[in-house]
Design a protein around this ligand. Structure first.
Ligand SMILES: Cc1cc2nc3c(=O)[nH]c(=O)nc-3n(C[C@H](O)[C@H](O)[C@H](O)COP(=O)(O)O)c2cc1C
Length: 157
């Protein structure tokens, strides 16, 4: 089974998790780039980012790998204002994930079942196989690997 791990990451936390999942699975890794500048100018860009996520806005993105080449696509996002980031919302809309197995992961966030439900709804013709949420503070403390291992083993069952 060919597996792609792909995520958006503004400050690197979600990328650390994505790369660790990819390493554990021997999968390819790709990053979604938001072409709208999201860093610098604090707090303005932070507020705009949260507002864009809350309003369920899409954005311009780029990425390297096509989901068409994979059987399982594991898609990751940071939580922004309790929502999926615009970059990942856009990705789910433009990649054809019909009939593909999908799993989701996110960093940070409490009560984020809503976020996973929404991601599922954005790709209704995919086969959902699992989700993982990791607090950013666990990633920063370097204690995220156990959760990643158990997520990965749940996917292969
Ligand atoms: C605009 C913005 C909004 C955020 N909103 C939330 C939130 O609603 N809940 C939460 O737990 N974390 C929130 N965060 C924190 C991020 O989800 C968290 O730091 C995440 O791990 C960052 O991932 P990254 O380093 O891959 O960008 C927010 C961060 C940003 C930049």
């Amino acid at each position: 089974m060919k597996v792609l791990v792909v995520c958006y990451s503004r400050t690197g936390t979600t990328k650390i998790v994505g790369e660790a999942i990819a390493k554990e699975l021997g999968a390819d890794f790709d990053q979604i780039i938001d072409l709208k500048k999201r860093t610098g100018l604090p707090p303005i860009r932070f507020l705009i980012a949260g507002r864009d996520a809350m309003r369920k806005r899409k954005t311009e993105i780029k990425f390297e790998r096509s989901a068409a080449d994979y059987d399982l696509i594991i898609i990751g996002t940071p939580v922004w204002a309790g929502n999926i980031t615009p970059a990942v919302r856009t990705y789910l809309g433009i990649q054809n994930l019909e009939g593909k197995k999908v799993a989701f992961f996110y960093t940070d966030g409490l009560g984020t079942e809503k976020l996973i439900d929404e991601m599922k709804k954005l790709v209704p013709k995919s086969v959902f196989v699992g989700a993982l949420g990791i607090p950013a503070k666990e990633v920063k403390a370097g204690v995220h690997l156990e959760k990643i291992k158990s997520f990965v083993s749940s996917l292969s069952k």
